[in-house]
Design a protein around this ligand. Structure first.
Ligand code: UDX
Length: 437
């Protein structure tokens, strides 16, 4: 099938490559010529394990091309919209400028019978509005909404073998046509018995935000328990294990720590709150404000523990920060709790040196005031306190005896509950974690 993918950011670049890998003929389009130049050379403009291999093999097969000219989308039967929907500055709402302009730019190049497929995360009601715009243009193309559930770090695998497919389609014949085309695109996943939900636009849009709201709530729930554990001497990791054995609860996404970040969960819960308020149902998701609040308090907790270990003043103290990305195996620092903690400590006057296996460049572009090092040894040297905020395997493997020989004061705040507390304490460290004695 001939496919176009409009928007070659994180989602679009992965989607275009994965679709080509599945045998489709794909053109990836983006207004950013520099991004297209990178991708055309087989180099993703961001770090994602597995993507370079798939991108290179799809390009070598001749099935994947990139262009900055939207006219090159003409001739494809299915056009995926994979542009960003960031948080609007100064507001909780999602900024739909890129979605609107992608549809507008695509309209003159659509043929009757083409299917436009929204993949971006949008406020409920957007697809119906865009379907109206397309209808009014008289292109004869129809619209489906097909949300994406990929996780950074596992994006290629999640796209090629998704755990479910959701099609939001219009009623009647256009809906049947859309379902048939999408099922041709995803034939490989359907043969592998991937669960499929075919539904209306509003449900498809809501599935995505509801899933992310649930995941965020689960993390903030366990982080709220961590707050209670901190004043009672309980251990939140054992608590999570014990409640997680109940299959109705499940142990995944119950890791207490410095909280969630990234390009999706924080902005999606905020946009959901804003949209619910517009719909007159703000109270239905008012709890998401609390979810956000708990999440942000965890960053403060890490900082408070560090400051208190520094005799109540971070001023001129040397702090080593392990981790900058919002989670391991990613170079993404959007709304990263790790980078935020580093920046806030710097704001308190600390002399911060931060290290991360992948995210230094992105962090430096946003916060040049921090010191960065690619070397763990250099980062730890002469530190008055160490703060671990992203659970990269490289940090878990640090030998506490070796690390103690480098620092000035052996205090570590484990903001991800990831290190072996006994081993660090046995090596003479003042080891502190979140929600654990
Ligand atoms: C998320 C959703 O998982 C994915 O389905 C959706 O499509 C996009 O948003 P992603 O942002 O890649 O994916 O990251 P995820 O693995 O979900 O982690 C989100 C954040 O939660 C990270 O900052 C992570 O460190 C944090 N987290 C996760 C916890 O603090 N505790 C946990 O138990 C799990």
């Amino acid at each position: 099938m001939k496919i176009s993918v409009i928007g070659c950011g994180y989602l679009g670049a992965v989607h275009a490559s994965a679709m080509a890998e599945l045998g489709h003929e794909v053109i990836g389009i983006d207004v950013d010529a520099a991004k297209i130049a990178h991708l055309s050379e087989g180099r993703p403009p961001f770090f994602e394990p597995g993507l370079p291999a798939v991108l290179t093999s799809a390009m070598a097969s001749g099935r994947l091309r990139f262009s900055s000219d939207i006219a090159d989308a003409a001739g494809a039967r299915v056009h995926f919209i994979a542009v960003g929907t960031p948080q609007k500055p100064g507001s909780y709402a999602a900024d739909l400028t890129y979605v609107d302009s992608a549809i507008e730019a695509l309209l003159p190049h659509l043929n009757a019978g083409d299917l436009v497929v929204g993949k971006s995360t949008v406020p409920v009601g957007t697809a119906a509005r865009l379907a109206g715009v397309m209808e009014a243009s008289g292109s004869g193309a129809s619209l489906a909404w097909n949300p994406e559930f990929l996780r950074e770090g596992f994006a290629v695998q999640d796209t090629i073998s998704p755990d479910r497919l959701v099609y939001g389609v219009p009623d009647g014949e256009p809906g049947t046509h859309a379902t048939a085309l999408l099922s041709e695109v995803y034939a490989a996943a359907l043969v592998a018995n991937t669960p499929l939900v075919v539904t209306d636009y509003a449900t498809a849009e809501l599935v995505k935000v509801a899933a992310n709201a649930f995941l965020a709530t689960k993390i903030s729930f366990i982080n709220a328990m961590a707050e209670i554990a901190e004043v009672t001497g309980a251990d939140v990791t054992q608590l999570a294990d014990a409640i997680g054995y109940d299959v109705r609860i499940g142990r995944r996404f119950l890791n207490a720590g410095v909280g969630f970040g990234g390009g999706c969960l924080p902005k999606d819960i905020r946009a959901f709150t804003a949209r619910a308020e517009e719909l007159g149902r703000g109270e239905s998701v008012a709890f998401l404000k609390e979810v956000d609040g708990i999440n942000l308090r965890r960053r403060k907790r890490v900082i408070d523990l560090a400051v208190s270990a520094l005799d109540d003043s971070a001023y001129n103290k040397k702090v080593a920060v392990l981790g900058l990305s919002f989670k391991p195996h990613s170079d993404d620092v959007r709304d990263s709790p790790a980078l935020d903690v580093a920046v806030q400590l710097r704001g308190l006057g600390a002399d911060v040196t931060a290290t991360d296996p992948q995210a230094i460049e992105n962090s430096r572009a946003r916060h040049p005031q921090l010191n960065y090092s690619t070397d763990i040894e250099e980062t730890l040297r002469d530190a008055d306190a160490v703060v671990l905020v992203t659970e990269w395997p490289e940090f878990k493997e640090i030998d506490p005896v070796w690390a103690k020989s480098l620092v000035r004061t052996a205090t570590i705040i484990d903001g991800r509950n990831t290190l072996n507390a006994e081993a660090w304490r046995a090596a003479g460290w003042n080891y502190q974690a979140l929600g654990r004695p």
